[in-house]
Design a protein around this ligand. Structure first.
Ligand SMILES: [Ca+2]
Ligand SMILES: [Ca+2]
Length: 212
């Protein structure tokens, strides 16, 4: 019984530590920081002049903050159409530690209302990654959100994360749940495993004392 409790505690500690290390550096990565004001249309358009999309800079043209009234977000109420009226680009600057490895994760779909069917996307986080999403067979209620994950090592104390649409027109790649988090150091795990072993020993000696 004692052993089971010690193990449960260790697992809880491990989960807690993983969670602490998984702090998302991206502000408003799920696009939930503001409410879509144009409830009739179901989306608000932000441009590179007036800005206004919380946490993000619109670097080029326009993007649409889309509510569930227009299409179903990967989670929460909102997601983003990277094409407002044309090929949009968004970015934000992250504080990073040189040499630290980070995991970038995001969910990708595409605006299924208008073509082209295949929505190209480039993601820049130091190295550039090219992605695409095929909207064929998808709809506003069946977006087909797909999670992509990649890792990178920071080379500077500030790293710019940007997403650039590769398609023209008003219907672009759709984004939600963008996160960048530090990959836990192996030392952290080593310490936790040592703690697990120690607790196992404590549990065993308690059992031995009980038996004696
Ligand atoms: Ca969301
Ligand atoms: Ca649009």
């Amino acid at each position: 019984m004692q052993k089971i409790h010690a193990l449960t505690l260790a697992v809880a500690l491990l989960a807690g530590a993983t969670q602490a290390n998984a702090t998302n550096l991206v502000a408003n990565g799920g696009f939930e920081s503001q409410t879509v004001l144009n409830t009739g249309a179901g989306f608000d358009t932000f441009n590179s002049i007036s800005q206004g999309l919380t946490g993000w800079t619109v670097n080029l043209r326009t993007v649409d903050l889309v509510s569930n009234a227009y299409w179903t977000a990967a989670s929460g109420n909102n997601s983003l159409d990277l094409n407002g009226l044309g090929k949009g680009v968004i970015s934000q600057v992250l504080s990073t530690v040189v040499g630290q490895v980070y995991t970038l994760s995001f969910e990708l779909a595409g605006n299924p209302v208008a073509g082209p069917a295949i929505k190209g996307l480039s993601v820049n986080l130091g190295p550039i990654g090219l992605y695409s999403f095929d909207t064929t067979g998808h709809s506003t209620t069946n977006m087909g959100w797909t999670r992509y994950t990649t890792q990178f090592a920071a080379v500077s104390t500030s790293t710019t994360l940007s997403f650039a649409s590769q398609v023209s027109g008003p219907a672009g790649p759709a984004l939600d749940n963008i996160s960048v988090s530090a990959v836990p150091e192996p030392e952290t795990y080593a310490l936790l495993l040592a703690g697990l072993g120690l607790m196992g020993t404590v549990a065993r000696s308690r059992q031995l004392r009980k038996a004696a």
